[in-house]
Structure formats: structure tokens, C-alpha cells
Design a protein around this ligand. Sequence first.
Ligand code: MOS
Length: 724
Amino acid sequence: MTYPAAAPRFTGQPVTRVDGRLKVTGAATYAGDNGFADLAHGVLVCSTVGGGRVAGIDSAAAQRHPGVIRVITDFGGVTLPYDPRQIAAFGQPVAVVVADTLEAAVHAAGLVDVRYDATEPTTDIDSPRAVAEPGSSARVADYERGDADTALRAAAVVTDMEYSLARNNHNPMELPATVARWDGDRLTVWDKTQGITSSQRAYAKAFGMTPDRVDVISPFVGGAFGSAGKTWPNALLAAFAARQVGRPVKLTLSRKQFYSVVGYRPVSKHRLAIGADRSGRIGAIVHEARVENSRYDGFEDNVTEVPRFLYSSPNMRSVYRSVHLDVNPPTYMRGPGTTSGAFTMESAMDDLAFRLGMDPIELRRRNEPSRDESEDLPFSTRRLTECFARGADVFGWSRRNPAPRSTREGDLLIGMGTAAATYHALASPCTVSVRMNPDGTADVATGASDMGPGTYTSMTQVAADALGLPMQRVRFSLGDSRMPQAPIHGGSQTMASVGSGVMNAAAMLRDRFIRTAVVDPGSPLSGLRPDQVTVADGRVYATGDPRRGEYYRDMLRRKGWGPLDAEETWTPNDAEYERFSMHGYGAVFAEVAVDERLGTTRVRRVFAVYDAGRIINPMLAHSQAIGGMVGGIGMALLEATELDHRDGRIVNANMADYLVPVNADITALDAEFLAGEDLVTDPLGVKGLAELVFVGVPAAVANAVFNATGRRVTDLPITLDKLL
Ligand code: MOS
């Protein structure tokens, strides 16, 4: 129990990034910026076949190259997720060249001669040789309520289509980089990671040691989108190489290697059918998904969640099949699974609305569930209908002509589309240390990560409010395994988890000052009850009588405490996950212009309204929202990782051929957040933003393309060939 703090001064305010200056001046230190006088450089040699085994490696020429320290071809001593002599996928690391300079290592890597006993890989999800198996996690287990197939056959109006989503790679600006150094049997890694603790455990496991012998340091991450959520072989091999050569080693993946060594959003194929009566009431939903997977380290993408619960339907059946292929493992990426599931569901809803001759927003309103029917739970908060109402208003939805191909400007066909967004609200335990220094400043620390959303800033806001300090008097640190444990920076859970942890630990320390003051005869607050005391601007004072009080620093001095520390663990109430369905929601609107003769699609504007719970920093939240829109436009129109199925190579593993949106592709983006909070989810009332702001965008764009052209494109990305 904590005593009431003063009204929030910083949370809810659009404060600028506390680390903004560090970043724009280049002073922020990313993994690859670290170095030592004796630093050696590691470069991976990756397989040029997609299956089979390594028959032999001739490294003599590479070894003779000036500056080369060692060519490592035997990975005995590090446990990788696969047998390094067997080729599980094209581009798998088979050797590491370590040299005094990066240039020598890169050149020598090209001199390593690897011979293979190659076999033909199976990398096409539609190959007759591809084996589809049920997933192993409960989340993707076969599901049915009612009798969906019978109800679908009986439905008056049906949409029943196949969907195909391309593989996507994350492509953040920063490449995966690791600097590893051994001091005796202790390992220190300066790593690009979203998970300090998970990374520490991964290194410990790979080298068969306890996690306390590994320090992971990662104060800044230059974008990741999920790609740095796991510790991939390149990072483990950097540490292995450092141990082999007895020097610190830096290993940075090339952009090309990034595609074959790190995971990606898997290819997914779907059948999604919805049956409704003439009034638009949904009676049946059938969802059958097949998702690309590797043969090891299986990853199951959460594509089944959205169709199961987003709208009311008495009958619903969904199946998930993992298709195991000779590919490197897929992983979390921007709204993992949820985005793919939402694209199919929200495209189908648009198609159903068209077949019914009904407004797509009205169709959704008529099927708004009163509880989560997949889990049979009430919603903590759900304001999807309000999101659509507000969004329609601001966007000007009433100006949309529902007839496809009805709006034209010369060669351009103009269309508007909308789609819902949702993402589950997650929280995990987080431990935070807080120190009040003798000068009245505070240090707050936890081993969290900040890959770009502004964790440094939002946590400083939360800590400042909980401590009753100005923001400039709070230093928030993260990104070091020697700090208390925080959860992985993924699944949109950082604000809920780390934010609650920071608030909790800071409030505990503040309350210790309050409790001490009211019983201390030397304090002007002596004799008051704790709940008659307020803290603001670093000063503890009688509520309603600010003259009666004292500064934290004066209390510390009088008590002779030096600094005062607290360390607290906040744990979410697990019972809430069993009692409530907790999700963020949103309504996304897009307007596109499609050139009828060229087939090119331009997104003219996107606007979205989100129900994301309490917003800690509206400026950062808005930035996150429009960032999600840029990513969503990429997925809708441009992004596709292409494999040559003859040998499994990724043919466009570079940023010239893998297209992402650039400034010229992006026009007017804007977003709003409904006021309010969700106090079931976590004490801060937040529901998570990162994935939510991405999820609805691809379907909104595709639905706008349909409205513009009359073409229902169900395979992403929507390239011009599909519109000619
Ligand atoms: Mo996010 S895809 O969980 O980094």
C-alpha cells in the first residue's frame, strides 16, 4: 500500500526524449560502437547451399592472409541451436574468420573454401514435400466453438477466400552487432538485444555456465522490431570466437547475413470464411492457417488469436499448421502473428460488408461481442466501437462512395478503407532499484531495453511523479544485466511491466521518507499521519500547508543516511489473466490512389484512433503510432523476402531489392488516443502500443485498394502486377 502522491505532473505530458540529445549528437553508444585496443574483428562465412552437410573446409588461403588471427571452422565448445556440420538453411554460419582489422576479416572470409555434400532443400510452403503439422503451443491448438462448418453452409451471405502473406524481414537501421570479451571464465558482451536477462541466459546456456558469469550490456538499440528478441548464432559465435583467440571480438552481421542468420515474419497462408445472415449477424467463422517454420527451434506465430475473438460468432473453428521447411527459424516481428491474422480477418470483414451491401463499420458494430467468446471472459476495457465512431468522424468516412471504382481523378482511382486493430495487453514481473542521493537527485535502474519507443523518457516521467521530483532530478538507466531484472522488451509489455515496476519501487522509497518524517521529532512533519503528507518538487510537506515540510536532501542529511535505497519487484496479478480478456483496440482508416494504367498504389493518408489505455507520453505515443503506420504501409505494399526455392537462397537480401517505405511513400499520417485508462491490466492503466499501432494498417490499405479499384487483393504485398 502506498500513500497518495501529488497529482501527476509529468505522466500524460508530451515531454521530449531525455536521450534525444545523446542520439542526435552521436553520443549514444550502440553495441558496435564499443571497442578495445586489442579488439579483433570477426566475420561469418555462411553456407552457399540450402541443405546437406559440410564435407570439408579449406581455410589455408584465408589463414595466410595478412592480419588474420584464426579461421574457426570447428564450433565445438559452443552449443548452437543446430548441428553446425549439417546445413539447416541457406546462409547458415559455417566458419568465423577473426582478424586484426575488419577489412582483413572480410577479405579472408571470401578466401575460405567450403565444400558441401549438398541436398535439395524444401523451402516452399506450397511444395508437395512440405510437411504440415499441428503447432505445439496451446495458443495455436485446434479450436472450435459450436459447429462452424455446418453454420457456414447454412449462412445466407458468405465470404470464403484464400490469403497469402509474404515473408518479411525487420530491417532496422542498426545491424546485429556483438562485442564479446572474456576475463578468465567471465564473459562480458556489449550486445544488440531487446532482452538483457534472456540474452544473459542464452550465453550462459551456450557455454554451459551459470548466468552470473555473464554480463550483458545494451543501453541503446538502433531499432529491432522483434529481431533482437532472441540471441542468434552470430552473437554466440562472437563470444565463441573471443574465447578461441583470447581477445575481445566484435562481430557485426552484414545486411545480407541479417536475412539468413536472424529470424523474420514467416510466410503464412490462410483460408478465412465468414457466414452471416442478411442483417449482417455473423453465424460462422472458419480459419485455417499454414505458417512457415524451420525444422528446429520452432516458432509459432500468433495468427489464430484475432479471428477467434474479435467479433461475436456462435460458431468458430480455427486450425494452425506449422510447415517445417529448410529455412532459418522465423521469429517475432511487428505485431507478431496478430498482424497476419488481423489482415485476413479484417479483409474478410470488408468483403462480407461489400457482399451484404452494408457499411463496413456498421457490420462491425452489429457483431460487437459483449465478452471474449474464445476465452469466455469479460473484457477489461474494450472501446472498438468508439474508435470507429471517432475515426470515421475525423477521417471523413461519410465522404466515401461505397461503390468500388466510383471515385476518380484522371488516371487515379481513389478509395477509402478501414480495419480494426487489436493486440493483447501483456505485463510481466519487473524489479527496479531506486536511490535517493544526498543532493536530492534520484537514480532509477532496471535491466530493461529501449529499442526506440522512448523507454528512457517514459520511465523518467513515471519515476519523477512517483518520487515527487522534477524530471531533471531523476536519472533512469537500463540495459545492463547487473541491474535488477526486467522482462524482454517485446510484446508491447514494457510500459505496463517496467512502468509498473518503476512506479512501485519509487513509491516505496517515497513512502519510507513519509513514514520516517511523521515519527521523527526533528521533522516539521512530526505528528502528522502519513496520508496527510504530499511530496512534490523533492519536498515532503503537509498536504494543504506547503510551508510545513522539508526537502528529501535535508532529511537524508539530518538522519545521516547518505543515500537511501529501495529495490522492489512488481508482479502482475496472474488472476486477472484468468478473469479478463485484456487487449488494446483501434480503428485504422486509409485513403489510397491507384494509377489505373500503372497499377501503382500510393497511400494518401492514414488516420487511426486507439483505445490503448492511459497514454504516458502523447508525443512519444503519436510518434509510435505513425511509425506503425509506416511499417504497415510497407507490409501492405512493398515488403517481401523472396527465396529461390531451387536452393533456398534469399534473392533480395539487401535494401535495394527488399523495399521499405521511404519519405516519398509517406504522406499524411495522424493518430489519436481515446482518453481513459485500464486499471485491470496494470497499475499504470496502460495497454501497450507498439504492436497495436501496426496491426490494423495492412488491411486498412488493402480495403482502400478494393474501394478504389474493385480488386480484392488477398496476397501481400499489393504490388502493381496484382492490379493490372
Ligand atoms: Mo516485438 S515484435 O514483440 O519486438
